[in-house]
Design a protein. Structure first.
Length: 261
C-alpha cells in the first residue's frame, strides 16, 4: 500500500505575478511566528507508517506479529471457536486479517492493531444467518440525556466494550477456515464458531441480544421508546443506561448504584 502523502505547498506563481504587477514593490509580510496545525502533525505521522494490506507482508515484522498474537489470545480467551473436522457438504467461509494503527491525541504512535474479520459476504441466508437487524440509540435521545445530566448535575460516565462483537452467542453453525498464521502448515481442520466474530452478518444483532439479556437480569427495564435505553429504579433514585453499538453512557441520581454497576 502506498504511503499517504501530504499535499504539496501552494504554487508561488501567483505570488510572482503579483510582485511583477506592483512594479517590484515590497510586499508587507506578517512578523507573527507561525505554527503547524495539529492536523499537519497528525498527517505527517500517518505518512511515515505503512499499514499493510495482506498477511504476507506482516510475517517479517515483529510489531504486526505481536498485534496478531494479541488478537488470537483474545479470541482464545473468549472461546470463540472449536477446531473440528469440516463436515462433508459444508463450505467454510474464509477470514482475513485487517491491520490498522492507533494514534494518540497528539499524533504519535500508540500501538499496532490487527483484527481478524470473517468474510461475511460468503454467508448464505437461511444457512448460516437469518435476521441481522440490531437497534441503535437515537441521537436525539443521546443529546437529551447528556443535556439533562448537565443541567441537573448528575454524574456522567462513558464506557467502551472491548471486542464487543466477540461476546455474541451464535445460533447457527458457522464453519470458518483457520486464520492465516494459526498453523505452520496446511491442515484439514476448520474453526466451528461458538461466539460471534467481526464481519459476520449477524454480529451486531447477537451482540445486542447478549447485552440486553444481561442487563435485564440486573434487573434493568428496556425502554419502549428507544430499545437502546435501559432504566433501573431504586428506592433512592434511578440509573439510565444508553448503548450505542459498543459505547455506553451511564448517568442517574443513584451514585452508589452507578459505582456498583
Amino acid at each position: 500500500m502506498p504511503l499517504l502523502e501530504i499535499d504539496p505547498p501552494p504554487d508561488t506563481a501567483l505570488e510572482t505575478a503579483f510582485e511583477s504587477s506592483t512594479h517590484k514593490s515590497a510586499l508587507r509580510r506578517s512578523t507573527r511566528v507561525s505554527h503547524s496545525p495539529a492536523w499537519y502533525c497528525f498527517s505527517t505521522t500517518l505518512s511515515t507508517i505503512n499499514v499493510p494490506s495482506c498477511y504476507l507482508y506482516v510475517v517479517h515484522h515483529k510489531c504486526w506479529q505481536k498485534a496478531m498474537q494479541d488478537e488470537l489470545h483474545a479470541l482464545q480467551d473468549n472461546h470463540t471457536w472449536d477446531l473440528v473436522s469440516c463436515p462433508p457438504a459444508v463450505t467454510p467461509i474464509e477470514c482475513k486479517w485487517v491491520y490498522s494503527i492507533k494514534l494518540r491525541s497528539e499524533g504519535t504512535l500508540d500501538r499496532y492493531k490487527a483484527r481478524l474479520v470473517a468474510l461475511g459476504n460468503r454467508q448464505a441466508y437461511g444457512v448460516d444467518y437469518e435476521e441481522t437487524f440490531a437497534p441503535i440509540a437515537k441521537m436525539t435521545i443521546m443529546h437529551t440525556i447528556i443535556a439533562i445530566a448537565a443541567s441537573q448535575g448528575w454524574p456522567l460516565h462513558q464506557m467502551d466494550v472491548k471486542n464487543a462483537f466477540l461476546h455474541g452467542d451464535l445460533k447457527k453453525d458457522i464453519y470458518m477456515t483457520p486464520p492465516p498464521g494459526l498453523f505452520s502448515s496446511s491442515t484439514s481442520v476448520v474453526c466451528k464458531l461458538k461466539q460471534s466474530l467481526y464481519g459476520l452478518k449477524q454480529a451486531p444483532r447477537v451482540w445486542f441480544d447478549k447485552f440486553r439479556s444481561t442487563l435485564l437480569r440486573f434487573p434493568f427495564v428496556q425502554s419502549k421508546y428507544d430499545s437502546s435505553l435501559f432504566l433501573y429504579k431504586t428506592s433512592i433514585g434511578f440509573v439510565l443506561l444508553l448503548v450505542y453499538v459498543h459505547d455506553i453512557i451511564i448517568t442517574g441520581t443513584d451514585s452508589l448504584l452507578i459505582s456498583n454497576l
